[in-house]
Design a binder for this molecule. Structure first.
Ligand SMILES: Nc1ncnc2c1ncn2[C@@H]1O[C@H](COP(=O)(O)OP(=O)(O)OP(=O)(O)O)[C@@H](O)[C@H]1O
Ligand SMILES: C=C(C)CCOP(=O)(O)O
Length: 270
């Protein structure tokens, strides 16, 4: 399948849309602001096609950590944990959907728990549903979520993992990952030196200090984000991924306009 030059995936990171170290605390104003920026982008670029994803921040991560849901779901208590994580992730999803819908965006939620399962390493996702929604002019919204797993009962799938699976089928031109950092810092947590481009080559040759999130997190923070996106760029040639700060007014709009900032992740051959 060839690349769809009008299709962009945008993740609103959990660190951006919640106060990640305060349990179940959304950043309502930021979510609203971003909703308006997305609407403005669509007004300016009517043929822009979008899939929006969002992380779980201070909603799902703490509960997922408590029940170790990502490592598997076996006992009755584990299954209680599984639905508890689902419940928390769903609560944040409703707030995001409310803000996007109120801004006039034709959003429709596709929670991975309802359209995805995993068998071994293979993630099966009902991509066709999402494709139909896009063809009808709607904006599918996915999220980090619990999913059933045929080998280990259940697990957690991050937004990036959902995006990766969708990318193989839908071939977006760009993935935009909005968080609270300017991008990937070479010297985190000092934050003096920003890495502008990362490829498989630079990550090996340069001394870039990337670790997990400073808040509670079960999906690996920045380290896993960069690793999974580098891997994806190798497998989907031509794809570009940007990691940038969504807290600054106008940044999401500019990124959607095709002027992203922050750190670009690209395949070795781009
Ligand atoms: N080198 C680095 N550069 C930037 N951030 C880094 C770096 N190393 C670790 N981090 C941490 O990783 C965080 C980003 O990962 P995190 O998973 O929290 O993002 P998110 O996708 O917004 O959250 P969520 O998983 O809740 O959706 C940063 O906010 C920072 O705390
Ligand atoms: C913890 C849960 C429920 C999902 C994690 O997804 P992410 O916030 O995109 O990493």
């Amino acid at each position: 399948m060839s690349m769809d030059s009008n299709l962009t995936f945008l993740k609103l990171g959990g660190s951006l849309i919640t106060e990640k170290d305060k349990p179940r605390t959304p950043r309502a104003k930021i979510i609203q602001q971003i909703a308006w920026e997305i609407r403005e982008a669509l007004r300016e670029i009517p043929n822009l096609r979008l899939i929006i994803g969002h992380g779980s921040g201070s909603f799902g991560h703490a509960t997922a950590k408590k029940y170790r849901t990502r490592e598997g779901v076996y006992t009755l208590e584990d299954w209680y944990g599984f639905v508890h994580v689902w419940y928390d992730a769903r609560a944040l999803n409703q707030l995001v959907i409310d803000a996007l819908f109120s801004a006039g965006l034709p959003v429709i939620a596709f929670p991975p728990s309802a359209i995805t399962f995993r068998e071994g390493k293979k993630v099966q996702i009902a991509t066709q549903l999402i494709q139909i929604a896009i063809e009808k002019g709607l904006i599918p919204v996915v999220q980090g979520d619990v999913i059933f797993d045929l080998d280990q009962g259940g697990t957690i799938l991050s937004t990036e993992e959902v995006f990766a699976e969708l990318s193989f089928h839908l071939r977006p031109q760009r993935i935009l990952l909005a968080g609270v950092e300017e991008g990937v810092w070479a010297d985190f947590p000092l934050r003096h030196s920003l890495v502008t481009e990362i490829s498989e080559d630079t990550i090996k040759s340069e001394n870039i200090q990337i670790s997990g999130s400073i808040a509670t997190d079960v999906t690996g923070g920045m380290a896993e984000k960069v690793k999974s996106m580098l891997d994806l760029c190798q497998r989907v040639p031509g794809l570009e991924v940007w990691i940038f700060n969504g807290l600054k007014k106008g940044n999401v709009l500019n990124a959607l306009r095709g002027f992203p900032m922050g750190t670009k992740i690209l395949s070795r051959n781009s």
